[in-house]
Design a binder for this molecule. Structure first.
Ligand SMILES: [Zn+2]
Length: 1010
């Protein structure tokens, strides 16, 4: 700390007094309590002095947090931190944060700590409730009141009764911190906030404490927090070195842990969701740090999610505007609430509230990724004064973790106070939103979603229903068959004209019958909104003024799970005989007599789980469809021998698979389905996107060895250890040269990722290295190539597919980027090209896939050439000359010669080899070595299923899944991402089929003649 800094601090002291005075004056109007400390309560002078010392400029604090009230009985965060909250160099582990919260609980009747579950690595998550002792004593009675408001059916939608409850209930405001591990400030801010709420006797704080319950989960990503603290400690011990980037946050995913609120696959999402819904909270406010200095991105920008209640979007405006106004009056720069975050996707953690009739909120404050105080220089767009940011952040400023804690706490206290001042309004809104969710069928509809009992994929169907159950959605089951009328489709004007001409067109069906046992998701329930948002279709207009969607634009769960979901608007569906169900299981087990068992293949991931579970059984796959005992079986159906019937029955029942016992094996060509030895390769560049693949495989109990690109380079004979190498998408920094070269080695220091006394939490159950910098290397690339040549199967997706094609691991496929195409996390249509390939086993002609701008594959039969990207029929027009389109040109002065017919081919195919190319055709790829297209993207007009598709003709019809023979092995390329955020379970079997049929991928292959 320099001398000039001390001078600055002296000046700061008097400024604070002034600021306090003027701010108080500014608020002392009307009935509202002004933010001011209680002059009768002593201040903790030493703590307050340190707050001031660590605050780097007088305007980076507020009268709400520039002092700490003293208490004789309640310890301050200093007892655990050894310094004040936000002090430089201090970053507590989760354990210390919890220790402090439990000390508070012990010392104050105003604090209660609740355990809310554990993480993937077994660490505890907590929620801390702070309120008056009386409120905390009456938690259960209060919960009962809130539960009635949350489910208006319990009071028969009686508004008068609701008003009574609103006047009595104590609302709950739930704050969550540090879901993003490198965003480090929230835990100390929330420790100090908890202290203030428990101790401060100023009227402003007292009103919050007495009027409502503040619920705090100080650390959401607990596993990642402890890793981040490790890294920071390493940095403090090696101050001159570069420190390793935080490559793992939680066990599985990094930044995407805040994109899981749809699929609810991570423990942290499940635990926060259960807490939010279980407590019947009104607000969920999530804390982040990536924007200077406080962006309350709740209001953000359009388009807003189409399924939220407009009452909520008004609430966003109310709280956001007040938040900005009050902090502006405190003289704090850089506080704003509009910005470039669109509110379309419901995948963010805070959106749990938006989808469950509450209020979602999110702060981006500014952070240094640790507790160092640093000079920070902003980009011009960050400090620009805009219409929504009249008081922008400074272009350059010294910034501390304390500054961050000041902003976070000030914003939260203003929010809590404003919420409390208006709690009757917000509680009434909470009831109204729930009521409007219950009355949805008759208001805007639909009446229900129906998942028919005869869906060929009951396992995936039950998985989709389990997601809805995690979302607290009620599910019913039809006790008998029922019929509903279908809505009449509105035709476009041009279509109407066409149809007027075809007078005899067959009338569209107007009714549909659903069988007994069909699942019904009634929309007259309090949480209809989330079910609707997940099951409905999304449309993002290419003309939308928002040109940079913040996240995915489409997610329709029925499509991505590969199961049938009917949106029913006919209110009669609600009168069908049905019962609520809580236990949902796909039926499974063995039926019939005999020693051979067959299981139909409908691309259910459970088949692969069964294969690994029944390790010693002999399992084969049928290469053609067959009939047996009056039942039809698809290609890829399992034929199982040498299995103990009781074992198989139990396993099949567990997995929801229906096996049929036969006296003899069906007479159909089969090949073995082996439990392949799988390696799962990751880089040290990013593990964000592959994490979803690990989670899925673990969930399905598919064993694999998790190795890095560095390890690949060190294994001499990959084939001796593995049959299949999965190389899922890298995500960030994923260029082919980056995968090979890794991080810069020519300068800097090694970046270790391993457990040491300083960093005991880094590795967890993942991987370690002495130095993260080296990549796959050229040697590693050669090893991968040898693996494939010798018969191994390499599976790649999106960016690693690009890597495989660019580095010569494949022949005959080129990848290109789009020119104008914009497909931002959308659901697209795909079409089966080669149903005989084992990769396609169990799939139908049509498949819905997740695509995020490709890459675009093109095929060629000429080695080394680039496949021509095709943009539809314009390449087939005749040259300029006499005549018409079909009546061709001639040459003056000589008889006409008929030109040979130009070959035609489809966009997913390679151009046929010409006679000219065959002259000394050493580059012509022999038919057996050519890429085999399994799925292609649909035609342009059928491409969009959900989300945004602009310029889709660039990728329409192009290959989506390609099997490229290479030596004795295969490289299987995906343009889609088949395993993503727990949402794309319908395409998991494309990967699992590749694994299970690794040594028979050529089955059913038809070769071109030449
Ligand atoms: Zn964040």
């Amino acid at each position: 700390m320099t001398d000039s800094r001390k001078v600055c601090m002296v000046a700061l002291g008097s400024f604070l007094l002034l600021a306090l005075f003027s701010a108080t004056a500014a608020f002392a109007t009307g009935d509202e309590t002004a933010p001011a400390r209680d002059p009768k309560q002593a201040v903790d002078e030493a703590y307050t002095a340190k707050i001031q010392k660590y605050t780097t400029a007088p305007y980076f604090t507020s009268p709400l947090v520039n002092y700490l009230p003293a208490s004789k009985t309640v310890p301050t965060p200093e007892v655990v931190l050894g310094d004040v909250a936000g002090a430089p160099g201090v970053l507590p582990y989760t354990e210390d944060v919890y220790k402090y919260m439990r000390l508070l609980e012990k010392a104050s009747p105003r604090v209660k700590v609740f355990s809310i579950g554990t993480t993937e690595e077994g660490r505890e998550m907590i929620a801390v409730a702070i309120s008056s002792p009386e409120n905390l004593k009456n938690l259960e009675e209060n919960r009962a009141r809130l539960a009635k408001l949350a489910d208006p059916r319990t009071i028969k939608l009686d508004d008068a009764e609701a008003d009574k409850l609103v006047s009595q209930a104590v609302p709950i405001y739930y704050i969550t911190g540090t879901i993003h591990s490198p965003e480090t400030g929230a835990p100390t801010a929330l420790m100090e906030l908890a202290y203030r709420l428990a101790v401060d006797e100023s009227p402003y704080i007292k009103e919050i404490r007495d009027g409502m319950i503040t619920l705090i989960t100080p650390v959401v990503e607990v596993d990642g927090r402890d890793r981040m603290v490790d890294i920071y400690k390493w940095h403090l011990a090696h101050p001159k070195d570069f420190y390793p980037p935080l490559i793992y946050w939680g066990k599985y995913v990094a930044h995407d842990n805040n994109r899981d609120a749809m699929g609810v696959t991570l423990k942290l999402t499940e635990n926060v969701l259960k807490t939010y819904v279980g407590w019947k909270a009104q607000v969920l406010h999530d804390l982040h740090e990536s924007v200077p200095y406080l962006y309350d991105n709740t209001v953000g920008d359009g388009p807003y999610n189409a399924w939220v209640d407009p009452i909520l979007t008004d609430e966003w405006q109310m709280i956001g505007a007040r938040n900005v106004a009050d902090m502006t009056k405190f003289g704090m720069p850089g506080v704003f609430t509009h910005g470039d975050f669109d509110t379309w996707s419901p995948g963010y953690l805070m959106f749990i509230a938006a989808m469950h009739n509450g209020i979602s909120r999110l702060y981006e404050t500014f952070g240094n990724g640790g507790a160092d105080t640093q000079e920070r220089t902003l980009d011009p767009e960050e400090y620009a004064r805009t219409w929504y940011r009249q008081n922008p952040p400074l272009a350059k400023a010294l910034w501390s973790q304390r500054d961050n804690n000041n902003y976070e706490q000030t914003g939260l206290l203003i929010s809590l106070h404003y919420f409390n001042e208006n709690k009757r309004l917000f509680l009434k809104n909470f009831y109204l939103k729930a009521k409007r969710s219950v009355t949805k069928p008759g208001a805007e509809g639909p009446a229900a979603y129906v998942l028919p009992a005869d869906d060929p994929r009951p396992g995936l169907q039950s998985e989709l229903l389990h997601v809805l159950q995690k979302q607290a959605v009620e599910i019913s089951r039809a006790k008998s068959a029922f019929t509903v009328s279908l809505p009449v489709k509105k035709e476009s004007k041009s279509k109407k004209k066409e149809e007027a001409k075809e007078k005899d067109a067959a009338p569209a069906p107007t009714a549909r019958e659903f069988p007994t046992g069909s699942y019904i998701i009634r929309m007259d329930q309090p949480y209809s909104r989330i079910a609707d948002a997940l099951l409905d279709h999304q449309y993002w207009s290419p003309d939308d003024p928002q040109k940079t969607p913040y996240d995915d634009t489409g997610w329709t769960f029925g499509e991505l799970f590969g199961v049938q979901v009917s949106r029913v608007t006919d209110l009669k569906v609600l009168d069908a005989a049905m019962e609520r169900v809580t236990e949902i299981r796909a039926p499974g087990g063995v039926k019939g007599d005999g020693a051979v068992f067959v299981i139909n293949n409908t691309a259910e991931p459970a088949l692969a789980t069964l294969r690994y579970k029944m390790k010693d059984a002999s399992v084969e796959a049928a290469e053609e469809p067959f009939e047996s005992g009056g039942k039809k079986f698809n290609r890829g159906s399992f034929v199982i021998r040498n299995a103990n019937r009781a074992d198989l029955d139990r396993a099949a029942a567990d997995l929801g698979l229906q096996a049929v016992a036969l006296g003899a094996a069906p007479s159909v060509k089969t090949h073995p389905v082996r439990a392949a030895r799988v390696a799962f390769v990751h880089t040290w560049l990013s593990t964000q996107t592959e994490g979803w693949w690990r989670l899925a495989l673990d969930d399905m109990k598919i064993p694999y060895e998790y190795i890095s690109t560095q390890t690949v380079a060190k294994i001499d004979d990959l084939n001796a250890k593995y049959d299949v190498i999965l190389f899922p998408p890298v995500g960030f920094f994923s260029g082919s040269t980056a995968i090979i070269n890794g991080m810069p080695m020519a300068w800097g220091n090694p970046l270790p990722w391993k457990n040491t006394p300083e960093t005991p939490n880094l590795v967890g159950k993942n991987d370690s290295t002495d130095d993260m910098r080296p990549g796959l290397g050229w040697d590693g690339l050669a090893k991968l190539q040898a693996f494939v040549q010798k018969g191994g199967v390499l599976l790649t997706a999106t960016d690693t597919s690009r890597f495989a094609t660019e580095t010569g691991l494949t022949t005959g496929v080129s990848t290109s980027s789009s020119q104008k195409m914009k497909i931002v996390g959308s659901v697209l249509g795909a079409r089966l090209v080669d149903g005989a390939s084992p990769i396609a086993y169990g799939y139908d002609e049509k498949l819905s896939v997740y695509c995020d701008n490709g890459p675009i594959f093109s095929l060629t039969n000429i080695a080394g050439a680039r496949g021509r990207r095709r943009l539809g029929p314009e390449s087939h027009t005749r040259p300029t000359g006499r005549g018409s389109v079909n009546d061709p040109d001639f040459t003056v002065g000589r008889p006409g010669v008929d030109a040979p017919e130009e070959p035609s081919w489809e966009s997913w195919e390679a151009a046929p080899v010409t006679d000219e190319q065959r002259r000394n055709g050493y580059r012509v790829i022999p038919p057996a070595n050519r890429p085999r297209v399994i799925f292609r993207y649909a035609d342009n007009k059928e491409l969009l299923i959900s989300g945004l598709v602009e310029g889709g003709d660039e990728i329409a019809q192009h290959p989506a899944v390609v099997d490229v023979p290479s030596g004795n092995g295969h490289v299987v390329l995906f343009s889609i991402n088949p395993v993503y955020r727990g949402e794309t379970r319908g395409t998991y079997s494309l990967v699992l089929n590749t694994i299970l049929n690794f040594d028979s991928l050529n089955a059913g292959r038809k070769l071109a003649e030449k």
